[in-house]
Ligand binder design. Structure first.
Ligand SMILES: NC(=O)c1ccc[n+]([C@@H]2O[C@H](COP(=O)([O-])OP(=O)(O)OC[C@H]3O[C@@H](n4cnc5c(N)ncnc54)[C@H](O)[C@@H]3O)[C@@H](O)[C@H]2O)c1
Ligand SMILES: [Zn+2]
Length: 360
């Protein structure tokens, strides 16, 4: 079984990645959560599949939440917390979160705050959750003012990723996870990017061993970055490649452009912009466009999403407040480096407007 170790300020945790890994969840729980009373949190799409996936019941009570981003709310945080209190869970308990990023973020935030914090084991079941959301310790809920604005750092005791479960994932959700894998190649590993280009057909067939490698390499890259910068002061910014434009696309479209598709487009626009300004070696954007196309991800901006509205959204982005529009471009395909001591660059609005106007 492949194990990637993720370091953080107070210790480290293993990410276990293997086809069939779910069958070992009982062992992992016994080892990482010894003697604890377990609460299993999952959603309505995942719960009925657990037995077929070979997931042990862990002797845990199940708390099943509705699927979808709307569930990542303070209201659902309160409902879940009250359900645990009602059931008498004490300080000696722990949460096992089985599902996509919505389950992981909500259950993780409940764990972070329940009786001032109880341990959580993350069992991601979407590609996005396996290679992104379950790693790094960030947990949160959304608010009417924006996504993920109330949250905590609460690293899990362990992460268990079983690529076999991805066979059940709807096609669009599957491809959206791939956008983050492309991002990992772009920011940190040209060899991985080439592997994605070469293995695209096997990836799209969802061969479990191929997906296990993909998840492993992406988790290694994310883990290396967050291990160096848990709280996002510096190098962690490289994980936001593509995301300045992506967040604007999500907002202006009223979230009709889903995150992974927005990231695909954002990577392309931001890389093209970086090439035009001499921040990134030429050629990267063309390779990114080629790989996104092969993977069935979008490369064309919807012209209905007007550049001026996108620029407005970027200027209002809470993470950019006061600092202008900032992006974190790779220096060349597969390599990031700070320039003048910073991992991000400030983009003149006119340059961003020009890149957006090109339309993808
Ligand atoms: N904490 C972080 O660092 C971090 C990073 C990236 C994203 N996120 C968050 O992750 C969330 C998105 O996660 P997501 O894309 O996993 O969405 P999701 O959790 O909504 O899952 C997508 C859909 O797939 C279903 N599902 C899950 N596993 C399945 C399976 N194996 N087979 C069939 N259906 C399955 C879910 O019920 C849901 O309907 C967002 O809220 C985002 O903010 C967090
Ligand atoms: Zn993302």
């Amino acid at each position: 079984m492949a194990t990637v170790t993720v370091r953080h300020a107070r210790g480290s945790y293993p990410v276990l990645i293997e086809p069939g890994a779910l069958g070992r969840l009982g062992l992992v729980a016994a080892e990482r959560l010894p003697g604890r009373r377990l609460a299993l949190v999952t959603d309505d799409h995942v719960a009925p599949r657990l037995a077929a996936w070979g997931c042990p019941d862990l002797g845990a009570r199940r708390f099943v939440i509705p699927p979808g981003e709307a569930t990542k709310s303070r209201e659902r945080w309160a409902i879940l917390t009250d359900a645990l209190l009602e059931a008498g869970y004490g300080r000696d308990s722990a949460i096992v979160a089985i599902g996509g990023g919505v389950v992981g973020d909500l259950a993780g935030f409940v764990a972070a705050t329940y009786l001032r914090g109880i341990p959580v084991v993350q069992v991601p079941t979407t590609l996005l959750a396996m290679l992104d959301a379950s790693v790094g310790g960030k947990v949160a809920v959304d608010t009417p003012h924006g996504k993920n604005l109330v949250g905590a750092f609460h690293p899990p005791e362990a992460v268990v990723a079983d690529p076999r479960v991805l066979a059940d994932l709807p096609e669009r959700d599957f491809r959206m996870g791939l956008a983050e894998a492309v991002k990992h190649g772009v920011i940190a590993d040209a060899g991985y990017f080439e592997w994605l280009e070469r293995e695209a057909p096997r990836i799209l067939e969802r061969r479990p061993t191929v997906l296990a490698h993909l998840v492993q390499r992406s988790v290694e890259i994310k883990a290396a970055v967050v291990g160096d910068d848990e709280r996002e002061a510096g190098v962690r910014a490289v994980l936001n490649a593509g995301h300045t434009v992506a967040h604007a696309l999500e907002q202006v479209s009223g979230y009709r452009v889903p995150h992974g598709e927005a990231v695909a487009l954002g990577l392309l626009v931001e890389t093209r912009l970086a090439e035009a300004n001499g921040w990134c070696q030429p050629g990267a954007a063309a390779r990114i466009r080629g790989l996104l196309t092969v993977l069935g991800l979008p490369t064309r901006l919807d012209p209905a999403l007007r550049p001026d509205r996108l620029l407005d959204a970027m200027a209002r982005d809470k993470k950019n407040r006061g600092g202008g529009i900032r992006i974190a471009p790779a220096a060349e395909l597969g390599r990031s480096e700070p320039r003048d001591g910073s991992w991000t660059v400030t983009v003149p609005p006119a340059a961003m407007r020009a890149a957006l106007a090109e339309g993808g």
